[in-house]
Design a protein around this ligand. Structure first.
Ligand code: SF4
Ligand code: SF4
Length: 347
């Protein structure tokens, strides 16, 4: 086995091919780079100095939502810190920490990480037969050029693969010492993958309006996380957030969209559904609902249109649940798996 030479962390390396023909990357199959002369190469890790598979860029961390609040500068993309940079600059994934959420796959701009085996952490291509320039001065430009030729494709996902991925993430959330923090990172990453700017509140900052804020073209999303599906505390916190945003930040009620993020939907007799209906009919606040499986689906398909979704979907009540339909729009998977992954209430 050829051991790659050690290289400076500041360098990165780029494929030594002048330009690239169109090709595709996705969460669920290995990416192939195609050069202009038709040669094909397995995608390989470029040892990016900024490690976008694991770290958010400054512009992503300091998103401008048009509202002044303090927010955390946490820049970790992987919700469990499973992606690290090895001494030679290549990314490496700790399979014991990985919960298989797919965030790192989506964030690698050149498709060097992928998942193709249900229930297994993503794979990382370390080397292939592609000619590599060990160091280039315009690394960012060269990577951008390669990335532009690799648009993201929401390729069809086998239902079995999708179930395994959702189960792995739910298992990771349930055994986590801090499930709320893990879901918060997933919320941030799923929305950012869809091009929605997000801010997380500074932990311990009791004056912050809510746990997560996000801005779509038509709305400010006030988001609270409720890891336990059998509680209703998340709805109470959303009411407080709405009151704060209206009274202290001057937000108009019709611009505000409260969003409750649950691990999964509680059973159909839970008080949550009735409470959501009361909040809407008595207070005029229509709370949207997402679950962990919906976040996984969004990570798998970053072309999600969040602005449309909050107008027509993400709705849960005793008589209506759009999550199976919303999930099908993102993944192409219809029907039967909804109760298995927590997007339909357990009986
Ligand atoms: S896995 Fe992708 S984003 Fe991460 S260092 Fe390698 S090429 Fe860069
Ligand atoms: S799949 Fe998710 S948990 Fe696993 S390494 Fe990637 S970002 Fe981290």
């Amino acid at each position: 086995v050829r051991v790659p030479p050690r290289r400076s962390r500041a360098a990165g390396r780029t494929p030594d091919v002048p330009d690239w023909a169109a090709s595709e990357r996705s969460n669920h199959r290995p990416t192939v780079w195609v050069s202009q002369d038709g040669a094909q190469y397995a995608a390989v890790c470029l040892a990016c100095p900024d490690l976008p598979c694991a770290r958010l860029a400054e512009s992503e961390v300091t998103a401008d939502l048009g509202i002044e609040t303090s927010h955390t500068p946490n820049a970790e993309a992987c919700p469990t810190s499973a992606v690290q940079q090895s001494d030679d600059g290549l990314a490496s994934i700790d399979g014991d920490l990985c919960i298989q959420c797919g965030v790192c796959v989506t964030r690698c701009p050149v498709g060097a990480i992928w998942t193709d085996e249900p229930g297994q952490p993503p794979m990382l291509s370390e080397r292939s037969d592609v000619p590599i320039q060990p160091e280039v001065t315009d690394f960012a430009v060269a990577r951008e050029r390669l990335s532009r030729s690799l648009p993201y494709a929401a390729c069809p996902i086998e239902p079995g693969t999708m179930i395994a991925q959702c189960e792995a993430v739910l298992y990771g959330v349930r055994r986590s010492a801090d499930p709320g923090a893990l879901i918060r990172a997933l919320v941030r990453n799923a929305l950012q993958a869809a091009g929605v700017p997000v801010q997380l509140k500074n932990m311990g900052d009791n004056s912050a309006p809510c746990e997560v804020l996000a801005r779509t073209p038509s709305a400010l999303l006030a988001i609270e996380i409720q890891p336990s599906r059998d509680e209703i505390s998340g709805v109470r916190r959303l009411l407080a957030a709405a009151a704060r945003l209206e009274s202290r930040y001057g937000m108009a009620r019709d611009e505000l969209v409260p969003l409750l993020v649950l691990e999964s939907l509680p059973n159909s007799r839970a008080g949550l559904y009735e409470l959501l209906e009361d909040v809407e009919s008595r207070l005029g606040l229509h709370v949207r609902v997402l679950t962990v499986a919906m976040l996984v689906a969004m990570v798998n398909n970053p072309s999600a249109d969040v602005d449309s979704a909050i107008k027509t979907g993400w709705r849960v009540s005793r008589t209506d649940n759009t999550l199976p339909r919303d999930f099908a729009e993102l993944t192409g998977i219809e029907g039967g798996i909804a109760p298995l992954i927590g997007i339909a209430p357990a009986k």
